[in-house]
Design a protein. Structure first.
Length: 81
């Protein structure tokens, strides 16, 4: 560890303030997401399916195709035997 980190308490304080700000914003976003999910659950959406559809919609085309292929393969395998 370099001594410059210990000799610069203002930098440490600046880091702590920035980190606290980021943590606060993360909590606010998390709370907003919980509210959004509760709203749609209240409208009788299947949140598991809606979240899965959202995740797939955010994938690039190659990842989406691979995911769909694997899902189909797993479903087919589950029917065998």
């Amino acid at each position: 560890m370099s001594s410059s980190t210990v000799d610069n308490p203002e930098a440490v304080k600046r880091y702590f303030r920035a980190r606290e700000d980021i943590d606060t914003r993360k909590k606010e976003i998390s709370d907003e997401l919980k509210e959004l999910k509760a709203e749609f659950k209240g409208e009788n959406f299947d949140m598991t399916a809606l979240e899965a559809a959202y995740k797939i919609s955010q994938m690039d085309e190659d990842d989406k195709a691979e995911s769909e292929f694997l899902i189909d393969a797993y479903l087919s395998a589950s029917k065998e035997g």
